[in-house]
Design a protein around this ligand. Structure first.
Ligand SMILES: [Zn+2]
Ligand SMILES: [Zn+2]
Length: 251
């Protein structure tokens, strides 16, 4: 399974990072739809697209508007948007309000149901609410089998690590987790409902994941090592910082 990081920034784009989208091109699944969605159609390997939204903040949904043209051109044949009811309402009524973006692409909206899992193209997507971000967010987990072996990944963004989802992500082969702030700005992670470096590494260790990729980086820190990666690796050695365009593989 290929995992492509289309956008790895939070809040707004900068010269290095567009905002959130992680694409699984072989199965046509995307997590979030930030400004990096302009990269999506060219990388997608299926005709059907399934977009799971963590929440309705602009850095996670504005790229839905960019899907209009690939849908009109037939590069994408169908697009389903999966999210909580409040998020779907925000998308429909605000992002695609008459005055903001007056054309509704042929999206099919699906409200995520509590405890329900979603089988798509040989994988299963499950979800769990995350309470600590303003307005809430939602974590996703993907499970599949490869040559008889169980494989999995989790996508967790816009949350402070709070222990409420440790079991949900336990043992995944790849944990993609937001890390908006370095430890030196830890107080801001609590103020804004985000995470800082060492708390994410500690979570990776406690939940026995195999690998950790950090994403959703504060756009005011475009430097090579904005999060202090060594601090993370001292706690959880298999940590890396995701960059736009990075492709990981879980086989
Ligand atoms: Zn965000
Ligand atoms: Zn947010």
């Amino acid at each position: 399974m290929q995992i492509e990081f289309l956008g790895t920034g939070g809040f707004h784009p900068n010269e290095r990072r567009h905002t959130a989208c992680v694409l699984l091109p072989e199965v046509g699944i995307a997590f979030d739809a930030g400004t990096s969605v302009f990269r999506l159609a060219a990388r997608l390997k299926t005709k059907e697209l399934h977009v799971f939204l963590s929440h309705a903040h602009l850095d996670h949904i504005c790229g839905l508007t960019y899907l209009l043209v690939p849908l009109l051109k037939g590069e994408i044949k169908s697009c389903r948007i999966y999210a909580g009811a409040d998020v779907l309402t925000a998308v429909r009524q605000h992002l695609f309000s008459e005055d903001v973006f007056p054309v509704w692409p042929q999206f099919e909206l699906l409200e995520l149901e509590r405890h329900k899992t979603y089988p798509i193209a040989g994988v299963t997507v499950s979800h769990q609410p995350l309470p600590s971000h303003p307005g809430g967010s939602r974590a996703f987990r993907v499970d599949w089998q490869n040559r008889g072996q169980k494989r999995s990944l989790a996508y967790v963004t816009d949350t402070t690590v709070d222990g409420s989802y440790t079991e949900f992500i336990r043992g995944v082969d790849l944990l993609i987790h937001e890390c908006n702030f370095a430890d030196s700005l830890a107080e801001w992670s609590y103020k804004t409902g985000h995470s800082h470096t060492s708390m994410v590494a500690q979570l990776a260790k406690e939940s026995s994941v195999i690998r950790l990729a950090l994403t959703h980086v504060d756009p005011s820190t475009p430097q090579d090592d904005p999060l202090g990666i060594d601090a993370a690796r001292q706690i959880f050695p298999s940590t890396q910082l995701a960059e736009d365009g990075a492709v990981l593989s879980v086989d």
